[in-house]
Design a protein around this ligand. Sequence first.
Ligand code: TYD
Length: 131
Amino acid sequence: TIHSVKLIDIPKVHDERGFLAVIEKDTIPFSIKRVYYLYDVPTESSRGGHAHKEQESVIIALSGSFEVVIDDGKTKKRIMLNKPNQGLYIPTHIWREIDNFSSGSVCLVLASTEYNEGEYIRDYEVFKSQI
Ligand code: TYD
């Protein structure tokens, strides 16, 4: 359910030269199989619009900001991401949409699986019927 969606603090090291954030074993609750990122996204775009049967994800606003709407089929929640050292953990079977991308924003996604279109649920009615 939506309660298993969690914000994760990514440990960071700060000195007069700036910040360094580290993701390593145990920072996120799965081992990373794939990393992808969205950039040059027009403000009016809506990305996502799917759930996963197998993939768990952590979404990070590496630069700029955007909003993630998460939906377990019963409850929806809108979460703004705007910190490069904060990740949003999304388990399987959660519908997500991402919008309101700020100019120059970068949306990094850490994924627990390799890309497999077969494990996507891209039809909202199908998603609802599977809960
Ligand atoms: P899509 O799932 O529509 O992106 P979003 O998460 O924003 O909804 O993916 C866009 C296209 O990219 C689609 O044709 C599938 C392809 N794609 C890959 O080839 N590999 C990947 O790892 C991902 C995430 C997408």
